[in-house]
Write a protein that binds this ligand. Structure first.
Ligand code: GRG
Length: 289
């Protein structure tokens, strides 16, 4: 993990425009939003899936950077006053606090565009048609049928209550879609996996995406701001429906472990039993921040 986290840091550093290049303030803010923070879960998943597919690491660097850029953009916009209105992210002031709201909007816009540039401008798959499909997959994952749609459902649900299936539907989109795309894109940088194995990977990523969100809800209820590097307890303060409000803390913790076990079962038919993705499944469920 440390090796891959260092690798993605380096790739992001190289792919983001230098702060000295005009418009400097926007470029500085993009680098502030992306570099030197975060667990890099989505890139780690892309590297894990790429490894199973026999992908060249330089190719996976690009999809790992692209999914992290989309993720970072979503955090910047989510933190803005019109959405979650938060002042702390990854242990430092949010982008609209450190810079200003207009810059934060542009940071998100620019990171989203850059993500697509990064996966479109060099060869990432042996077959050009496959690369076009990969670009389409990322577009779907980030859009109204994916992450942005999930965020819209989340905003509409605030202050009300959701059943567990409704919560699941929201999170499959809001958090799950990008996690699923991270695995799918990493795997498509190589060509060693069969269609059935790609389907198994997809099942893995759906379970792990949901597990990720259940744990996120548990940590928000059960951890401190200092440990999380973002404001803790916000879900309850904002009256947001979560797995903890629907199931209670203990059952939510159990559910996360059940989803991890489902995810591990989905890996059974893959080379090395899923390799590093097995360890990442544990990391997602056992993480403390
Ligand atoms: C603004 C279009 C748009 C979407 C926002 C992802 C998201 C949708 C909002 C973030 C709010 C949130 C707390 C979502 C729950 C799960 C999640 C994405 C947590 C943060 O991801 P981590 O834990 O963060 O991977 P780091 O900082 O480690 O990268």
């Amino acid at each position: 993990m440390l090796d891959r986290q260092a690798r993605i840091e380096q790739a992001l550093h190289a792919l983001l425009p230098a702060a000295e290049i005009a418009p400097s303030r926007l470029h500085a803010a993009m680098r502030y939003a992306v570099l030197g923070g975060g667990k890099r879960v989505r890139p780690l998943l892309a590297y894990g899936a790429g490894e199973l597919a026999g992908a060249e690491l330089q190719r996976v660097d690009r999809v790992a950077a692209a999914v992290e850029m989309i993720h970072a953009y979503s955090l910047v916009h989510d933190d803005m006053p019109a959405m979650d209105n938060d002042v702390l992210r990854r242990g430092k002031p949010t982008v609209h606090i450190e810079f200003d709201e207009a810059t934060a909007l542009l940071v998100g816009d620019s990171l989203q565009s850059l993500a697509f540039q990064v996966i479109a401008e060099t060869r990432l798959a042996d077959d050009a048609q496959r690369q076009v499909e990969m670009i389409g997959m990322l577009a779907c994952a980030g859009g109204s049928r994916g992450m942005a749609g999930g965020q819209a459902i989340d905003l509409a649900a605030t202050g009300g209550s959701l059943s567990v299936p409704e919560l699941e539907f929201m999170h499959i989109h809001k958090t799950g879609a990008l996690i699923r795309a991270s695995v799918a894109l990493g795997a498509r940088c190589g060509s060693a996996l069969s269609g059935a194995q790609l389907d198994s990977l997809d099942r893995f990523s759906k379970f792990i995406g949901l597990a990720f969100q259940v744990v996120d809800d548990v940590l928000d209820a059960d951890s401190s701001t200092a440990t999380l590097g973002k404001t803790a307890g916000k879900d309850a303060d904002n009256n947001k429906p979560t797995y903890v409000s629907a199931l209670g803390l203990d059952r939510a913790r159990e559910l996360a472990c059940e989803l991890r076990d489902d995810a591990l079962r989905a890996l059974a038919s893959l080379p090395e039993g899923g390799g590093h993705l097995r360890e990442l499944a544990d990391f997602v469920v056992l993480r403390k921040f």
